[in-house]
Design a protein around this ligand. Structure first.
Ligand code: COA
Length: 373
């Protein structure tokens, strides 16, 4: 039993090899194919990062232009998918829209062979924002919006479809950095789900659909939405401090804090915190940033805990005018690149993922004659 507890949740278990990223590695930190997250967030773009993850190398300037152009041409929704999106209830969880949309696309644009896996990865990268916002705008405004915008990148495309106008440079770049930070994170629960499904030789869409389902929970991707719900409850930092102390006294989990792998800090948190601060400066809801800072200070003081990426992403996305229910879908829009890279890698070196369990049930026993019929 003690052995089971030690390995519960597979904590600390090496479950395979990867050449895609390092998470919390001594002296290295978070890297995507050897490049640090700090450098990528400062000097790169989401499209370049997606290319890096999917093709294994950074694009040349020419390749990047061509890749951005290619993604732009993949933003159109097939008609049957539009009709399904129109039928899905207005009160659906937006993660269910992406999960269902991905599944429907898998029937319309089937994976005919493994040679097309990269096309599917690119199509999903380009199409997830369109799926989500077509459904959203149809139900909110009754309009069937045109999803093939001329926006130069996915961040601008998303904000343009959401707000109906081009975003400012600051807003577009803030979301672009958010996408970079969310793009990849080694064997987290959703990526491991994608790899597990891939290991059965299932099709690409089944792998991604499984990943979306795993990401939806508040212990994983859903934490950014839960963090926003917490922050928004308070009007002032003092009120937030008192409320958080009560939560901790009641032994409640505080979403957006803690991490399975990082023990002292999440390197992505400082980066998104800076962006949240910049966005707060031009927002009329600055108090939410002050509240977040106080919550962070209290968590450090009371529990010695640090914010993870989800905590300051919440206010950053809020300042961009993004509804809270879209925070985890944005995670999908970014993470499709990491998931895809892992599906490729799993397929290239496949062995069925099938662990074993320690049995803790009853000893073998005789079935009574009276049971059954
Ligand atoms: N708030 C309050 N207490 C927390 C906490 C949090 N966010 N995260 C962990 N703890 C506490 C646990 O209650 C536990 O206390 P105990 O030893 O008294 O029982 C201790 O810290 C160890 O936590 P544990 O659940 O074993 O860590 P884990 O590695 O299994 O879980 C997370 C990691 C991320 C699931 C966990 O920190 C969590 O639930 N965080 C909130 C959700 C979140 O932000 N998820 C996004 C992750 S990027």
């Amino acid at each position: 039993m003690s052995e089971v507890k030690k390995t519960g949740g597979l904590a600390g278990i090496v479950a395979g090899e990867t050449a895609i990223s390092t998470v919390g590695k001594e002296g290295v930190g978070l890297t995507y194919r050897g490049y640090t997250i700090e450098d990528l967030a400062e000097k790169s773009t989401f499209e370049a990062v997606a290319f890096l993850l999917l093709y294994g190398k950074l694009p040349t300037p020419g390749e990047l232009v061509a890749y951005q152009q290619q993604l732009r041409t993949l933003r159109g929704l097939p008609f049957p998918l539009k009709s399904v999106l129109e039928q899905l209830p207005a009160n659906s969880n937006p993660m269910d829209i992406l999960r269902t949309g991905c599944s429907v696309l898998g029937t319309l644009e089937q994976e005919s062979s493994e040679h097309v896996q990269i096309q599917i990865a690119n199509r999903l990268t380009a199409l997830f924002p369109s799926m989500l916002l077509y459904w959203f705008q149809f139900h909110k405004t009754g309009k069937r919006i045109e999803t093939e915008t001329a926006a130069p990148n996915i961040a601008s495309h998303f904000l343009e479809l959401l707000h109906g106008q081009k975003p400012s440079e600051l807003h577009a770049r803030a979301l672009d950095v958010g996408l970079i930070l969310y793009a990849e994170h080694e064997f987290n629960a959703s990526t491991f789900t994608c790899r597990t499904v891939a290991s059965t030789l299932a099709d690409f869409y089944s792998c991604v659909t499984g990943g979306i389902g795993a990401l939806r929970g508040p212990l994983h991707g859903g934490a950014n939405e839960a963090a926003m719900e917490l922050i928004e409850q308070f009007q002032t930092p003092d009120e937030a401090e008192a409320g958080l102390v009560r939560l901790l006294h009641d032994k409640k989990l505080v979403m957006g804090f803690g991490h399975r792998v990082y023990k002292h800090a999440d390197p992505r948190s400082d980066i998104i915190k800076q962006w949240s601060s910049k966005l707060a400066d031009v927002s009329d809801k600055k108090h939410l940033y002050a509240i977040s800072e106080r919550l962070e200070a209290v968590m450090r003081r009371e529990k010695g805990m640090f914010p993870n990426l989800d905590f300051y992403s919440a206010t950053a996305f809020h300042f961009l005018g993004i509804p809270t229910g879209f925070f985890t879908p944005i995670f999908v829009i970014a993470r499709i690149s990491g998931w895809s890279a892992h599906i490729f890698e799993q397929r290239a070196h496949n062995r069925l993922i099938r662990p074993t369990a320690d049995y803790i049930g009853p000893e073998p026993q005789k079935l009574p004659d009276s049971s059954g019929s």
